[in-house]
Design a protein around this ligand. Sequence first.
Ligand code: MTE
Length: 336
Amino acid sequence: MPIKIVPRSACRGSEITPEAVYLSRRQLLGASGALLAGAALPGWALAAASSYGDVEAAKGPDWFERKLPDTRWQAATVKGEDITPFKDATHYNNFYEFGPDKSDPAAHAGQLPTQPWSVVVDGEVGKPGTYGLEDLFGPDTLEERIYRMRCVEAWSMVIPWLGFPLASLLKRVEPNGKARYVRFETLKDPQHMPGMNSSFALLDWPYVEGLRLDEAMHPLTLMTVGMYGRVLPNQNGAPLRLIVPWKYGFKGIKSIVRISLVEEQPRTTWQGMAPNEYGFYANVNPEVDHPRWSQARERRLPSGLFSPNVRPTLMFNGYGEEVASLYSGMDLRRNY
Ligand code: MTE
């Protein structure tokens, strides 16, 4: 049964500066002037709103097809918020292992072999090991969850994911009393990930993310293997990706090969890159601005010159009722 997103306020007409937002993040990464000039007219500006209708067919592995729920593909809008067209969700991506441009993942990620795939589970667990993807599921079937996704760069989408709760995976591997955080690691494969070899590649690979154990166990936190009723496209993080809908999109680590239960708060990739700009928690918060841009509003894709589709950012991305209690008593300005 899909978890429906809850509508809050309607769009407002006021503008923000979309390219400036994401380009400034790329400047942080050392982008060249030529690179910046090339991005003047992003592809999404031309995209027409459609939704589920434009999904490219793709058959997943047998275990994936067996576990698909019958209830998928039911909605094109959810309580007034359109599901983002598949084309936008798969051609406007951040996956720096494949390059810095929004179009690089769709252009290059197809070459990454994703079958077979295994994930190392280690650290403070009773059942460490190297698990095949299907074993990681255990008896779980796939659920469709329609979530908002809010990037720290101030754009957002609404995406129907297919996955299973991270909590059930964690319970199966039996965290012990010392486990306080979960650390995730992406594949490091320069042969198939051209972004790692470019002079632009300033990130410290592999890409690392982390959650507090109670965040990881929250029922909204999803291990994702599909979207739009089909197997996950490579550019979106195939074959296994994390989705934490109340946090900025960079917490959603892609192509995961290692899950470690640890005692200490893990050092994440973006924290390492710019600790004053990207925190460990990264909860969506309209009141805590990024040091270089406002987080009060966001562009809902598709967005263009004549319909910028700007809307107010929602606290915890609209999931406050479910997750605010995880942070009671915490100063969210300091713990950004
Ligand atoms: N995971 C890895 N391994 N590498 C990345 O560069 N980018 C993150 C996140 N996961 C990233 C990643 C960022 S910044 C965002 S906003 C989302 O993936 C984008 O997900 P999407 O491309 O499916 O929209």
